[in-house]
Design a protein around this ligand. Structure first.
Ligand SMILES: NC(=O)c1ccc[n+]([C@@H]2O[C@H](COP(=O)([O-])OP(=O)(O)OC[C@H]3O[C@@H](n4cnc5c(N)ncnc54)[C@H](OP(=O)(O)O)[C@@H]3O)[C@@H](O)[C@H]2O)c1
Length: 329
């Protein structure tokens, strides 16, 4: 594969950022985009230089010139859109959260295996150099044993009943939209099977979580203290505290380009800066390219088992809150 030919399903906010990311990756070809509305697809194709525009997702899935499809629709559509692509023989990079729950994810993973195709959740944070560097420092023992992780992801999102964030039928709520990042962040460091999950949420009248607090407790006494929400703005920083030092991630920890390593006296020991002049999604795109070229069916950076474990943690949180989506009732 000299070049990797991409299709995009959905023309919303993240599809625009991702398309810009594709433009920044030399060996990515913008093959086709699909919208439920052909006019939107045409506008999007013209804006970024896609070869083709389709007025239905099924037409794009059937296009044999496409090597991999990026799915950028609301959570509640991910299962259907991904199965459509897999059944048509397409590899898939699907936005987070990859499904609404573990039962849906199991169907999706089974289908990818059955069709022998590549499938990855678009957990871009795990592909970013700063996150990889923090893991390297931890594995090298630079902060000793990790004891506590704190990470917040709260954005002030003005209430709009039509926005997917506030719609149960779209898989709305802060856990699946934002909480997946701090949960993945902590799980990748402390482990994907916490001993205990203690969580609570404010479920508003629209029946989705507007704010949630999740504590994950591990064998050996380590804790992850995480929060997520739509009703106010946090600094969105993260800190990993060990018994011999700590690592801080700056604003917007999940896409931070800067991390700092401190000793136990809070003295700065090392600073890592990854210069990124693009959108930040280029690393995830390059990871997909690398996997496809090697013939892999899952990414070593975002393996299916870890995606499934995070989904299980989110299922547990929602069951503690008694929160279900219409599809689950
Ligand atoms: N990786 C990241 O940093 C990041 C950031 C934001 C969002 N996301 C994820 O990306 C996905 C999309 O988020 P977004 O913020 O881009 O959403 P959005 O702006 O609402 O766009 C979603 C798009 O999906 C299509 N769609 C299909 N069925 C729909 C329905 N029933 N209602 C509304 N739209 C529908 C629409 O495209 P057409 O009208 O063209 O068909 C729409 O433009 C979500 O899973 C979200 O969690 C990821």
């Amino acid at each position: 594969m000299d070049k990797i030919r991409w299709g995009i399903i959905g023309t919303g906010k993240i599809a625009n950022t991702f398309a810009q990311g594709l433009c920044n990756v030399e060996d990515a070809v913008l093959e086709a985009v699909a919208s439920r509305d052909i006019q939107k697809a045409n506008l999007f194709a013209d804006k970024y230089g896609f070869e083709k525009a389709y007025g239905s997702y099924a037409e794009l899935a059937a296009d044999n010139d496409i090597d991999v499809v990026y799915i950028a629709t609301p959570m509640s559509s991910h299962l259907g859109d991904t199965l459509l692509c897999l059944d048509s023989g397409r590899n898939v990079l699907c936005e987070k959260s990859i499904t609404l729950n573990s039962a849906q994810l199991s169907v999706m993973l089974d289908r990818a295996r059955e069709k022998d195709l590549f499938l990855m959740e678009a957990m871009w944070m795990k592909c970013r150099p700063s996150f990889r560097k923090a893991l390297e420092w931890i594995q090298a023992g630079r902060i000793g044993n990790v004891k506590v992780i704190r990470a917040d992801f709260c954005n002030l999102c003005p209430y709009d009943p039509d926005d997917r964030l506030f719609r149960p039928d779209c898989g709305g709520g802060s856990l699946l939209d934002l909480g997946i990042y701090p949960i993945t962040f902590a799980a990748d460091i402390l482990g994907y099977s916490p001993k205990e999950i203690i969580s609570s949420a404010y479920i508003a009248k629209d029946r989705v979580d507007h704010y949630a607090s999740v504590v994950m407790k591990y064998e050996g006494g380590a804790f992850a203290d995480l929060s997520m929400g739509f009703d106010f703005q946090c600094e969105n920083k993260a800190v990993i505290m060990g018994d011999q030092g700590s690592i801080t991630f700056g604003n917007w920890f999940h896409c931070s380009d800067d991390i700092v390593l401190y000793d136990t006296n809070s003295k700065e020991i090392e600073r890592f800066h990854s210069s990124n002049s693009g959108t930040g999604y280029e690393y995830e795109i390059e990871e997909v390219h690398s996997c496809l070229r090697k013939g892999l069916k899952e990414s070593p950076l975002v393996p299916h088992s870890e995606t499934a474990s995070v989904m299980k943690i989110m299922d547990t949180c929602r069951s503690q809150w008694g929160m279900t989506f219409p599809e689950e009732e």
